[in-house]
Structures are given as C-alpha cells and as structure tokens.
Design a protein around this ligand. Structure first.
Ligand SMILES: CC(C)(COP(=O)(O)OP(=O)(O)OC[C@H]1O[C@@H](n2cnc3c(N)ncnc32)[C@H](O)[C@@H]1OP(=O)(O)O)[C@@H](O)C(=O)NCCC(=O)NCCS
Length: 209
C-alpha cells in the first residue's frame, strides 16, 4: 500500500511508452500456469504492443477481472475482491494500457510489517508476452513500493511456472520456503523474496511516474 497516494486521478506520464514491437528473441511461447490456459487461446501469434503503465481506473475493474480470469482461472480475484483491493490501494493496481486495452497488470502493496511489501498479482496477456512488459510492470511496482518505504518484497509462485520463476530470478528474488497447499489443496507455492535496493538492474525510477 502506498499510503497517501493520490489515487486514480493521478495522471499517467507519457514517458513510460515503449516501442514494444519485437517478440522475445528466442520465440518462446507463454507458459501455462495453473489454470492459465489462455496462453494457447489467442491464436498463438504475438501482437506488437506498446502502451504505458499507469494506475487502473475504477471503471476499468470489470476489464481487469476479465484479464485476471484469463490469466489465472480459478485463482483470479473476483470483482468484489478487486474492488476492495482498489479501495485499499487505489494507486497500486498498475495496468499496461495499450491504446485503451488492458494487456497486463501488477498489484504490489506494503503490508503491516514495516518495510515488507508483497506482489499479489502480476500477469501479461499471452499475445503481449516476451516483450518485456512483465518485467516493466514489476519494476514499476517496485519503484512505487520503494517510495513507500518498502525494502523487501515477497511473492509466491507456482514452482512449475517457468516463465515467472525466471522473471523473478532475473529481478533478484531468492527462495525462502515452499508451502504445500498454500492456495488450497494441491496448490503448492514457493515463497520468494527480494531486497529492493538489490533488485537486479536497480532501475526503480525507470518506469511509471
Ligand atoms: C510471467 C509473465 C508475467 C512474464 O511476462 P512477460 O511480459 O512475458 O515477461 P518479459 O517479457 O518481461 O520477460 C522478462 C524476463 O522473464 C523471463 N521470462 C519471461 N517469459 C519467459 C519464458 N516464456 N521462458 C523463460 N523465461 C521467461 C526472462 O528472464 C525474461 O527476461 P529476458 O527477456 O531478458 O530473457 C507472463 O508469462 C504471464 O503473465 N504469465 C501468466 C501469469 C503468471 O504466471 N503470472 C505470475 C504469477 S506468480
């Protein structure tokens, strides 16, 4: 939570725009994660996507629910949860806006343990993957968290979610523990942590705002 953030009226800056026109050099496809079957559902071809990272607007929450459901299936946040998260953390629900279409999002909040933040959601729609947007959304979130006094960030990941595990490793996350049934029966998760100043690349100010 970024206490005292101006909320959804906060202007987005144009300097976040990226060309985003090249696919990942190794041509890898999206990774199936949990019920994330959408990686195969959009025709398989990547689209060029630019866009900017900005806080979501309340009117966009239904679109975000759609996106989250495509990304996470049974583990998606229902509307009412997203609505309440939005009320708690209005400026911390960052979306990738590609000409009015939401292509990805990241939610990172500061918790009640001083200095400790959590990534509660990160995803990019399948046709926009491999273009750096997941990393960009994550780094924008870290920048916000750092400004809110967060020095350590935790998250959980499906151990078989290769693309996410590699992204988090690239960002400097290390293994803390493995918890069976973390998200319910059979939904085991790895708990990872990174120190914000030590995030690989240390570019907290390079994205959004
Ligand atoms: C994980 C996810 C957010 C990555 O988004 P993305 O925009 O494709 O990732 P980026 O293009 O920013 O890639 C950044 C880094 O992540 C890693 N990575 C991303 N996709 C990868 C893949 N398919 N295979 C291997 N590594 C991958 C690489 O380290 C990459 O850096 P590199 O390009 O220098 O090699 C995306 O795959 C996704 O939305 N997955 C479904 C939802 C999900 O699993 N979210 C995470 C929940 S914990």
């Amino acid at each position: 939570m970024t206490i005292g953030q101006p909320g959804r009226g906060e202007p987005s800056t144009p300097d976040d725009s990226v060309p985003g026109t090249t696919a990942h050099p190794d041509g890898r496809g999206p990774t199936v994660f949990g019920a994330d079957l959408a990686g195969n559902g959009a025709g398989g071809g990547r689209v060029a996507v630019g866009g900017r990272v900005r806080p979501v607007e309340v009117a966009e929450l239904p679109l975000l629910v759609d996106l989250d459901t495509r990304l996470f299936g049974e583990f998606a946040y229902p509307y009412f949860v997203l609505r309440q998260l939005f009320d708690l953390h209005p400026a911390d629900l960052l979306v990738l806006d590609d000409g009015g279409r939401l292509r990805g999002y990241c939610l990172g909040v500061a918790g009640s343990v001083p200095g400790l933040g959590w990534i509660l959601g990160l995803g990019v729609e399948p046709t926009a993957r491999g273009l750096g947007h997941g990393e960009r959304l994550a780094r924008a979130t870290f920048a916000r968290l750092a400004r809110a006094g967060v020095s350590r960030v935790r998250l959980t990941v499906n151990p078989y979610n290769d693309s996410a595990v590699k992204l988090y490793r690239k960002l400097g996350f290390t293994f803390l523990t493995h918890e069976e049934d973390y998200l319910g029966p059979g939904a085991h998760r790895r708990l990872l942590e990174a120190r914000l100043p030590g995030l690989d690349g240390n570019r907290p100010g390079s994205d959004h705002e």
